[in-house]
Design a protein around this ligand. Sequence first.
Ligand SMILES: *[C@@H]1O[C@H](CO)[C@@H](O)[C@H](O)[C@H]1NC(C)=O
Ligand SMILES: *[C@@H]1O[C@H](CO)[C@@H](O)[C@H](O)[C@H]1NC(C)=O
Length: 299
Amino acid sequence: MKLPTIFTLLAFPLSALSLTSTATLNTTSPITLTKVTPSYWRASFSSPPFNIQTNAWYTALYTLITDLTTDPAVKVVVFDSSVPDFYIAHFDLLSPVDNSLIDGFWPNITQLANLPVLSVAAVNGIAHGGGAEFAAAMDVRFASREKAVFGQLEVGLGSLPGGGGLSLLPRLVGRSIALEIVLGGQDFDADTAAAYGWVNRAIPDAEFDGFIDTFARRVSSFDKSAILEAKRIINKRAGYPTVDEQAEDWNAALGLLATPNVQARVAKMVELGLQKDTDYELNVAEKLLDVQGEGPWRA
Ligand SMILES: *[C@@H]1O[C@H](CO)[C@@H](O)[C@H](O)[C@H]1NC(C)=O
Ligand SMILES: *[C@@H]1O[C@H](CO)[C@@H](O)[C@H](O)[C@H]1NC(C)=O
């Protein structure tokens, strides 16, 4: 299926801005893989300062999914962040993500969901937008009580969580809470996310790494054939968003993102610090209120 591109729409207005970065660019791999044991792999998001979902991030993720598919030994993969404060801030709003990489996202995520490998999101920082959606797409999610923050802020931009959120959230938390999360566009702490069923549980940060490690070692000691059959049947019973459903979400999100009103808002937020300034990114859920309505932000 062919999805329209965001960046024929977004690239011009954003590239017209002066992008004086307060952050140091880091061109090392955005996902650092550690094989803790042959059956237990740890993939750490490692592109400071924000772990943005860039071309390089998607490419590294798909390479990793290929490796997880072909490696006979691996049974658990843990996704955490090695960057302070941020798990994944959001989708890249400054540079174009290739259409082919966007088209590949849900097929790759579905492939991972069906592998005989348990995927674990160990959320130890801010997971906004595409970061929260990535976590929601994993098989299980654990959150550091003090460090994890979840938010689908897209409606505050005038768009939608088009990277899986609209289809995954109702399955995880039910209709009403999904509406609260998506339409409220605010931050949720780990305990609230756990109470909602958005994550499996919240764990005190002092115990977080130990808990994840014990759980991952335990599952990775079990038979791969049992992991495969458990995932196959639970996926069937619980349902998993199809590629077509996800395309409907994505197209709706892009349709809104393409409107002049939304582009003006995103451009203004970039000017104010979006994807550049750490303080702005830490507080972006509140910053959304500065760019609603008629202005003065439009002046
Ligand atoms: C780039 O990121 C890697 C992985 O997180 C880190 O080890 C390295 O120090 C970073 N380099 C710079 C210049 O920030
Ligand atoms: C993952 O995405 C890439 C890039 O779009 C694509 O070439 C590849 O076929 C996808 N893999 C799967 C398993 O869908």
